[in-house]
Every structure is written in C-alpha cells, then in structure tokens.
Design a protein around this ligand. Structure first.
Ligand code: CTP
Ligand code: MG
Length: 236
C-alpha cells in the first residue's frame, strides 16, 4: 500500500512561527510520531511526504532519525491541502493501484488503524476512518443573514447519522486522480479527499477510526496529544 502524508501546511491556528509538524511532543517532532506509526504498519510499503521546500531539511532529518526500512520520498506541496494531495498523486510510482492519504498533523493514529484501512481498501474504491460524533451538532445561520449581532441556530441534524471524518482516507488511485482533476476544472474547494469522491457521486465507505486520532490544530490539541502519548509511553 502507498501512503501520502500531506505535511505542507504552515500551522496558522497553532500560532507558532513555523510549520506545527516540527513542534515537539515528548521530545520528538509531531511528524516523527506520524511517520513512526506509518513505518510500523506492515501494510504500508512506500511513503510520500508532501512538504514545502523550507521544511524539507528538517523533515529529512526526521526521516533519517527513524531509519525507515521502506522508501520515503519528498514531494513539493501546494498552497492548499487539496493542491498538496493533487501534487502527491502525480508523483505516486507508476502502477500504484491504491493509496492511503493521512494528514501529518494526525500524529496519534496507530499502525493498526493504517493496517485496517489498507485491508478494507482491497474491497472498495474509497474509504475514510471516522468516529460517531458525541456532541449534538447545530447548523448555524450565517452571521450576516439574520440581521442580529449573534449567529442563530438553523437546525439540529440527527446525531445518529453524524460521523467525524478522520484520516487515513483511502482510494483507488485512478479514480481519485480523476476526481481531483474534475475538482480543479470545476473549482471545487474541499477540506478532504472523500469530499471530491462524494461530489463525483462515488461511494465512500467508513472504517472505524480512533477516538484518540485527533488532528493537532491548536495549542490545546498539543497538550491533549502529549497527555495521550505519555499514557502510551510512561517511561518517556
Ligand atoms: N497541508 C498541506 N498543504 C497545505 C495545507 C495543509 O499538505 N497547503 C497539510 C498540513 O500540513 C496538515 C494537513 O494538511 O498535515 C491538515 O491541515 P491542517 O491541520 O489545517 O494544517 P495547517 O494547514 O498547517 O494548519 P492551519 O490550517 O491552522 O494553518
Ligand atoms: Mg489548514
């Protein structure tokens, strides 16, 4: 199984002065943890890290430290996550049939989750790891539309039908490339790859994700991630 890791963001919501994937968790960079799990997954045989040129020397150091026993290549990122994945897809080795895509910022995903997604992907064209939502979710009216100084609740979707999407997400390569190309032509802007599949009317299956598989986005997430890692590695 091939794996693409979008890692070409800047981490604006983290508020730091460099890519958040270089911030430390238990003394290792966030990307180190992500890669460690990917390397530990038996199903994954090739890893493409999509990154910005400025981060490449640091990322190369992380890969070297991990002594990965499988090929790891670097791919130029784009201005958006969608563009970054598009670039990654163009650089997959010829003959790649299926690919998993996993955000560098989801550094708590386990090797078992990668293996589970890879296994289910043998029997379908598109999938996402996801977990049922625990909160009641509200649809909120656009601030400008309601004419008041407070946003307003428009509706409450049935929670039993709501799932929080995670990565890994997995796809047939040719089908995902077509969906991305159509996305460029039709100027679709999406926040995950499954959304392109959905817009093309293609089926996306659910694989049971992990409650702990959070996307490190804000300083609070960093603190929670460190807590979870400390539980997993009490000696560190
Ligand atoms: N990403 C990417 N290329 C971009 C933007 C994001 O490869 N142009 C990657 C990020 O590095 C991250 C993943 O997509 O691993 C999910 O994005 P997000 O959590 O939003 O990270 P950032 O875009 O870096 O953070 P922010 O939105 O707060 O700036
Ligand atoms: Mg972002």
């Amino acid at each position: 199984m091939y794996l693409l890791i979008p890692a070409a963001g800047s981490g604006k919501r983290m508020g730091g002065d460099r890519n958040k994937l270089l911030l430390s968790l238990l003394d290792q960079p966030i990307l180190w943890w992500t890669l460690k799990a990917a390397i530990a997954s038996d199903a994954i045989e090739w890893i493409g890290i999509i990154c910005q040129p400025i981060d490449r020397p640091d990322f190369e150091g992380i890969v070297a430290a991990l002594k990965a026993p499988k090929p790891v290549v670097f791919i130029q990122g784009g201005d958006t996550r969608q563009e970054s994945v598009y670039n990654g897809l163009q650089r997959l080795p010829e003959g790649a049939q299926r690919v998993l895509i996993h955000d560098g910022a989801r550094c708590l995903a386990t090797a078992e989750l990668f293996d589970r997604c890879a296994s289910v992907l043998q029997g379908c064209a598109g999938l996402i790891a996801a977990v049922p939502v625990k909160d009641t979710i509200k649809v909120v009216e656009d601030f400008d539309k309601n004419g008041s100084d407070r946003p307003e609740v428009a509706s409450t979707p049935d929670r039993s039908k709501l799932w929080a999407a995670q990565t890994p997400q997995g796809f047939e390569v040719a089908t995902l490339k077509d969906a991305h190309s159509r996305g460029v032509r039709e100027k679709w802007a999406v926040t995950d790859d499954a959304a392109l599949f959905e817009k093309c009317g293609l089926s996306v299956r659910i694989v049971e994700g992990e409650e702990t598989n959070l996307k490190v986005t804000t300083p609070q997430d960093l603190a929670i991630a460190e807590f979870i890692l400390r539980q997993r590695h009490p000696q560190s």
